[in-house]
Design a protein around this ligand. Structure first.
Ligand code: WQD
Length: 341
C-alpha cells in the first residue's frame, strides 16, 4: 500500500534530503513550505533527483485554516515537521518571532492530526536540548538541561507538546529525532544547504571561505579543555540523517514501536574537533583555507557527541558515509552553486 508523508519545510536543507530519501524508498511525498528562508533550488533539485513532480503547497503552518485544508484534502499517513526558524543568535534578539513561529506551526500540525483522528508525527529536534552534558556521549536518557536560547527552548517545548499529545489523543504516535550537527550535501550536488547572508554554521562558512565569498574563517576558541583546544561536535552526514527518517517513518507505520512516543539520537558517535574538521576539509579537497583563531562564541558548549546505539538497536539505522565523503560533498555543492549562479 502506498503511504503518504507530508514534509513541512521540505524545501529547506534537511527537508529536501529527507524528501528525496522517502521518495526513493517508495513513499508518496508532499512538500509544504512557506519559502520564507529559501528559494526553489532545493525543491527543483528534489524533483530532478527523484524524476518526480513532487506535490508542493506554498503555505505557512502558523495558518491553522491552511493546515486544516491540507489535512482535509490529502490522506496523510505521517508528517515530518521541519518548518521552523533555526538561527540561535537571532532567536536571542527576537524571541517572540521564534516562539510564535516554531510553537504555533507545530501546535497546528498536532491539532490537525488530532482532528484527522490520528497521525504519525516525526519532530525534528536537536542535540541542543542536552546543553553541556556532564557525561559524554549522551544517550536519550541523558538529562535535558535548561535551554540557553529561545531557539533551543522551542525544541524542548515542541518535544513536550508531542509527548503530551501522544499521551492524550488517541491515534497520534510520535517520534522526536535529536540531530547532532548535520553537514554535507547530496552526492548529486543538486541539493544542499543554502544559508541566507553570513552563515552561522561551521561547514557553510568553510565552503564559502574556500570559494572566496568570505575572506577568513574564524575558529571560535582554541583554549577549550579538549585535545586541540577547539570544540568537539558530532558531525552527521545529511544523507545518513535523511535515511534515519525513512527508518523512523517505517517504524511509526509498522507495529514495532515500544512506546507511542519515542526519542532517538541521530549522530555518528564520533567526536570531531573544529580544527580536525577544517584540516580534513583541506586534505580531502586539496586546498588551503584562510583561517584564524578568534575568541570563543558565547553560548557554545565545549563538547557534545551522541551515543546513537538506540537507533541502531531499534531501527537498524546507523551513519555510514565517511567524514571525508561528506566534506567532499559539501565542497561539490558549493562549487555547483558557484557554477549555476
Ligand atoms: C560548530 C562548531 C563553533 C562557525 C548549532 C545549533 C544546533 C543545530 C546546529 C541548527 C562550534 C564552531 C562555527 C564558525 C567556528 N541547529 N564555529 N567558526 O553551534 O554546534 O549547533 O547548529 O540549525 O541546534 O546550536 O553548530 O556549526 O554553528 O558550530 O569556529 O564560523 O564550529 O564555535 O564549536 P553548533 P555550528
Amino acid at each position: 500500500m502506498k503511504r503518504t508523508v507530508l514534509v513541512s519545510g521540505g524545501a529547506g536543507y534537511i527537508g529536501s534530503h529527507v524528501s528525496v530519501e522517502l521518495s526513493q524508498a517508495g513513499y508518496d511525498v508532499i512538500i509544504a513550505d512557506d519559502m520564507s528562508n529559501c528559494d526553489d533550488t532545493n525543491y527543483k533539485g528534489v524533483c530532478r533527483i527523484t524524476g518526480k513532480e513532487i506535490p508542493f503547497y506554498r503555505m505557512d503552518f502558523c495558518d491553522m485554516d491552511a493546515v486544516s485544508r491540507l489535512f482535509a484534502s490529502e490522506k496523510i499517513d505521517a508528517v515530518i515537521h521541519f518548518a521552523a526558524f533555526k538561527a540561535v543568535g537571532e532567536s536571542v534578539a527576537e524571541p517572540l518571532k521564534y516562539y510564535r513561529n516554531n510553537l504555533c506551526s507545530f501546535m497546528n500540525i498536532l491539532q490537525a492530526s488530532r482532528d484527522a483522528g490520528g497521525c504519525n508525527v516525526l519532530f525534528s529536534s536537536s542535540a541542543t536540548v542536552y546543553g553541556q552534558a556532564s557525561r559524554l556521549p549522551v544517550t536519550e536518557e541523558s538529562p535535558r538541561l535548561p535551554a540557553t536560547s529561545p531557539y533551543g527552548n522551542t525544541k524542548q517545548i515542541c518535544e513536550d507538546m508531542l509527548r503530551d499529545s501522544v499521551a492524550a489523543y488517541k491515534g497520534i504516535k510520535g517520534i522526536s529525532l535529536r540531530y547532532f550537527n548535520p553537514i554535507g550535501a547530496h552526492p548529486s550536488a543538486l541539493i544542499g544547504e543554502l544559508p541566507r547572508g553570513v552563515p552561522n554554521n561551521l561547514v557553510p562558512y568553510i565552503t564559502q571561505t574556500a570559494i572566496g565569498k568570505r575572506e577568513v574563517l574564524s575558529i571560535f576558541g582554541n583554549d577549550y579543555p579538549t585535545p586541540d583546544g577547539t570544540c568537539l561536535r558530532d558531525y552527521i552526514d545529511i544523507v545518513d540523517l535523511a535515511k534515519a527518517h525513512v527508518c523512523t517513518v517505517s517504524r511509526m507505520l509498522g507495529s514495532g514501536m515500544e512506546d507511542d512516543y519515542e526519542i532517538f539520537n541521530i549522530g555518528t558517535g564520533r567526536p570531531v574537533s573544529v580544527l580536525e574538521l577544517v584540516k580534513g576539509f583541506e586534505r580531502v579537497n586539496g586546498l588551503k583555507l584562510n583561517y584564524r583563531f578568534a575568541p570563543r562564541r558565547p553560548g557554545d558548549v565545549t563538547a557534545i557527541w551522541a551515543d546513537p546505539s538506540k537507533a541502531e538497536r531499534a531501527m537498524g539505522w546507523k551513519a555510514e558515509r565517511s567524514l571525508d565523503e561528506t566534506l567532499a560533498s559539501a565542497w561539490a555543492w558549493e562549487k555547483h552553486l558557484a557554477a549555476n549562479k
